[in-house]
Design a protein around this ligand. Structure first.
Ligand SMILES: Cc1cc2nc3c(=O)[nH]c(=O)nc-3n(C[C@H](O)[C@H](O)[C@H](O)COP(=O)(O)O)c2cc1C
Length: 154
C-alpha cells in the first residue's frame, strides 16, 4: 500500500520549520510513503482531502496556535465536515513554544475532534530550543505515522 502524508505548519522565526522538515524526512524514509510539506497559508482543501494522514505543526503564540494554522482550519472545516475522506483521518501534532505549548496543543486537538480526525500519536512539544533530541522525536513521528498509514493499522 502507498500513503500520502501532509505536513502542514506555520513558522515565523524558523523553529517550527525545522521540526516540520525533520518530520517530512521521517515520512520520506518509509518505502511507498510520499510527503507533502506545506505552509498552512498555502495548504488547501484538496491537500486535506488527498492525504491519508496529516501532521500539524504550530508555534505557540499568545497561548494559542499560529493564526495561519487557524486560518487553514477556518478555510477547510465547513467543506470537509461529514465527508468520508476525512472521517477518522489519522493525525499527529508538533508544537514549538518558548516555555509552554499546551494552549496551542489543546486548541488544535479540540478543533481536530470537530473534524473527526483520529489522534494516533503523542504530540511532540519543544519548549525553548529545538535541539537534536526534539528533531529525533519529529523524525520518529513522521516515520511512525507514515508506516502506520501505509500498513492501514489506524
Ligand atoms: C507573538 C509571539 C507570541 C508568543 N507566545 C508564546 C506563548 O504564549 N507561549 C510560549 O510558550 N511561547 C510563546 N512564544 C514563543 C514562541 O512560541 C517560540 O519562539 C517558537 O519557537 C516560535 O516558533 P517559530 O520560530 O516557528 O515561529 C511567542 C512568540 C511570539 C513571536
Amino acid at each position: 500500500m502507498t500513503c500520502k502524508i501532509l505536513v502542514v505548519y506555520h513558522s515565523q522565526s524558523g523553529n517550527t520549520r525545522k521540526m516540520a522538515e525533520k518530520t517530512a524526512e521521517g515520512v520520506r524514509s518509509i518505502v511507498d510513503a510520499t510527503v507533502f510539506l506545506k505552509m498552512a497559508s498555502e495548504s488547501t482543501l484538496e491537500d486535506l482531502l488527498a492525504c491519508d494522514g496529516l501532521v500539524i505543526g504550530s508555534p505557540e503564540y499568545f497561548g494559542y496556535m499560529a493564526g495561519m494554522v487557524k486560518d487553514f482550519f477556518d478555510r477547510t472545516y465547513h467543506e470537509v465536515r461529514g465527508r468520508k475522506e476525512t472521517f477518522k483521518k489519522p493525525y499527529a501534532v508538533f508544537i514549538s513554544a518558548g516555555n509552554d505549548g499546551t494552549g496551542a496543543l489543546n486548541h488544535i486537538e479540540r478543533i481536530c475532534l470537530g473534524y473527526q480526525f483520529k489522534k494516533v500519536l503523542a504530540p511532540v512539544i519543544a519548549k525553548g530550543e529545538v535541539d537534536d533530541a526534539i528533531l529525533a522525536q519529529c523524525e520518529e513521528l513522521g516515520k511512525t505515522i507514515a508506516a502506520g498509514c501505509r500498513e492501514g493499522i489506524y
